[in-house]
Each structure stands twice: as structure tokens, then as C-alpha cells.
Design a protein around this ligand. Structure first.
Ligand code: PEP
Ligand code: MN
Length: 362
């Protein structure tokens, strides 16, 4: 995705955005014929992108139906559609095929179910190295751990900052796990990007638009968590900020929202997962830990996440949850984590069969 895409989205909000998706491996001549046809209608071509498949963005004016019909009758055109939703680049209308994101040697959004696990906060070298070893043993592919912590109270542990990032890096070298860690402020983005394979944007920062814009060229995939009282559409609009500013590698995370219910820390909007899969091509991760806030409920919700088709899980696990400086109550202990990973296996097998069958029909 290049600068032309930004212009398409930002500089022409009053136009009618139309996306023309070419058939696979269309030739340069075929693409030129299509752009010539668009120009005959008096519309401007704003972007051409894609590796295997070329997608052409056009801003139309008034009734674009005739143009759409004409383009669709061209043999080299797969689809010509109006993007009816305000989140253009992240919509399924724009890209019917799921986005696959590479983090370290792991692919998220493909046909492997990916688990990320680890403590809420990086606390010490011993704690994170021990965590990493257990996380890897259970089969998770990414190690989580916050070095910058968004705490409700300013008197609570705020994270080890760069020292914590260095410990995560050490854990990566010891285990081969990829690292996901939160970045809270735009000024820290370059530093966190140096150490992390995936940058996590926490629920409280989902609409920190300056931060979102900075992520456009940070060079790392992003996991964007849903805000505490954000709608699905708002989540998608926030993802759109990151993509429109140049970074297409965004995954979304459902981590529970605030409702009138008080038995659980948040209310898991499990439906958001299939809804998001309908609306967007971005991978969707479930965080059962923050959603329920109680460790005994985490495995059941994790199972639901696999069954409903999430692309992966992010789970809190601590070698000694009773000593955790943050989120101990929702952190699995090593034994619970290892059992959960074992118990998920038959569900993940079904998940994979389903994913392969789905890929064959798209
Ligand atoms: C976390 O992952 O530890 C965290 C703070 O999550 P959230 O932003 O979803 O509250
Ligand atoms: Mn936490």
C-alpha cells in the first residue's frame, strides 16, 4: 500500500469510492484497458496495488452504476464494487481474501490457530524467562508481556519500560517465541518496534488517533484491542487509521466490553468474532483473560473462541499468579495453561478442517 492509497481515502471523502478487483495475474495491457475505460467515464484512478491481484481504486461522482456495469463486463475484471462502508481498506468489500500477517516465523490469519500467552506485565528476568519456557512448552507461538502498563491508578506498577523490552528480547532469544507487547505512546513507538514482533495497542488507546497514525510506518504488525465501550464499527475505523497511514498488517482483538453485568470483569462479545469476519479481512484474536477477569473461566471462553472461528487467542499466564504485580486473578498458572492448551487440541483440529474447507470455497 503506498501514498496514493492515502490520497484516495483522505483527499476525496465526498466522492463515491469504487474498487475494481482484477482477475489474478492480469497483464499490464489488461490493466491499462481498464484504467482507460475508467477515464472515459471521467473518473480518476487513485491507486493501483497488489502483488498477485491488482486492485484499482477510483473516486467516482454521482451515479457510478453505468461505470460499474461497464467495467464488470470486461473479461479481465473480477469485481467492480462500491465500498459502502466508511472503513474502506479494512472492509471485506475491498479485499474478499483474509489478510495473513507474518510475525517472526508465525503467520496469523492463515490456516494455523495461533496462541499468544504470557504474563500481564514483565516483572523480572526470572519471571519472564520462566514464563517463556512454559509458554513455548504449551505450544503458543508468541510471548506476551507488558513493559508499558496502562493502569487505572497512577500508584500501581507502571511497567519496566525499556528494561522490560530487553528482557522480552532475551526471552525471544532463549525460546524462539515471537514477542507481542503494548505501546502506549507515540514517542515510544520506534523503541518498542525495535524489540517487538507485534505491537499491541491497548483497549484504552484504541481511539488515540495520533498513536494510530504513528503506527502507519512503524514496520511492525499491530494488534488493536477493542476499546472498553467501543462499537465494532469504531474498532474498524481505528484499524482503518493504521492501514490508511500505510500499515496493512493489523489484527483485531476482542477483549470484552463494559456492560451492566458485574459477575465478570467485562462482558465478552463473542459474536464480535464472526461479525468481524464478515465485515473485515483482518485476523481476529480473542483475549479471554481480560474479558472474564477470573482464571477459572478462561479455558471455557478460550474454547468458545476456537469454536467460533477466532484466528487465535491471547491469554495471560504467570508462573506464580498469586505474586503477579498485575492481573493475577485472571492469569492461569502453568499447570492450568498447559492443561488448557492440551484440552484445546481437538477443537483446534476441527477449527483447522473448517478453515481449510473455507479457503477452498472463497
Ligand atoms: C493487557 O493486555 O494487559 C491489557 C492492559 O489489555 P487491555 O488493553 O485489553 O485492557
Ligand atoms: Mn493484563
Amino acid at each position: 500500500m503506498d501514498g496514493a492509497d492515502d490520497e484516495f481515502l483522505i483527499a476525496h471523502p465526498e466522492g463515491v469510492p469504487v474498487i475494481i478487483s482484477m482477475k489474478l495475474h492480469a497483464t499490464r495491457q489488461q490493466i491499462d484497458e481498464v484504467t482507460a475505460r475508467i477515464k472515459e467515464f471521467g473518473y480518476q484512478v487513485h491507486s493501483i496495488e497488489g502483488e498477485e491481484r491488482v486492485v484499482i481504486g477510483v473516486v467516482g461522482r454521482g451515479d457510478v452504476t453505468a461505470c460499474l456495469e461497464s467495467l464488470e463486463s470486461m473479461p479481465q475484471v473480477e469485481r467492480a464494487v462500491r465500498i459502502s462502508v466508511p472503513y474502506k481498506f479494512v472492509s471485506r468489500e475491498f479485499r474478499p481474501h483474509k489478510t495473513e500477517i507474518k510475525a517472526g516465523n508465525v503467520v496469523i490469519g492463515g490456516d494455523e490457530f495461533i496462541t499468544m500467552a504470557g504474563p500481564c506485565s514483565v516483572e523480572s528476568e526470572k519471571q519472564i524467562l520462566e514464563s517463556a519456557e512454559i509458554v513455548a512448552r504449551g505450544g503458543a507461538k508468541l510471548l506476551r508481556g507488558g513493559a508499558f502498563k496502562p493502569r487505572t491508578s497512577p500508584y500501581d506498577f507502571q511497567g519496566l519500560a525499556e528494561e522490560g523490552l530487553k528482557l522480552l528480547d532475551k526471552a525471544r532469544r532463549a525460546t524462539g517465541l515471537a514477542i507481542i507487547t503494548e505501546v502506549m505512546s507515540e514517542v515510544d513507538v520506534p523503541m518498542v518496534a525495535q524489540y517487538a514482533d507485534v505491537l499491541q495497542i491497548g483497549a484504552r488507546n484504541m481511539q488515540n488517533f495520533s498513536l494510530l497514525k504513528t503506527l502507519g510506518n512503524c514496520g511492525r504488525p499491530i494488534m488493536l484491542k477493542r476499546g472498553l465501550s467501543a462499537t465494532i464499527k469504531e474498532l474498524l475505523m481505528s484499524a482503518e487509521y493504521i492501514v490508511a497511514h500505510g500499515n496493512p498488517n493489523v489484527m483485531l482483538c476482542e477483549r470484552g466490553i463494559r456492560t451492566f453485568e458485574t459477575e465478570t470483569r467485562n462482558t465478552c462479545d463473542i459474536t464480535a468474532i464472526p461479525v468481524l469476519h464478515e465485515l473485515t479481512h483482518l485476523p481476529v484474536i480473542l483475549d479471554p483473560s481480560h474479558a472474564v477477569g477470573k482464571r477459572r473461566l478462561v479455558p471455557a471462553l478460550a474454547r468458545a473462541g476456537v469454536a467460533i472461528g477466532a484466528d487465535g487467542l491471547i491469554v495471560e499466564m504467570h508462573p506464580q499468579p498469586e505474586k503477579a504485580v498485575s492481573d493475577g486473578a485472571q492469569s492461569l498458572n502453568p499447570e492450568q495453561y498447559l492443561r488448557m492448551m492440551e484440552d484445546l487440541k481437538p477443537y483446534i483440529k476441527l477449527w483447522k478442517d473448517e478453515r481449510v474447507a473455507e479457503a477452498a470455497t472463497v
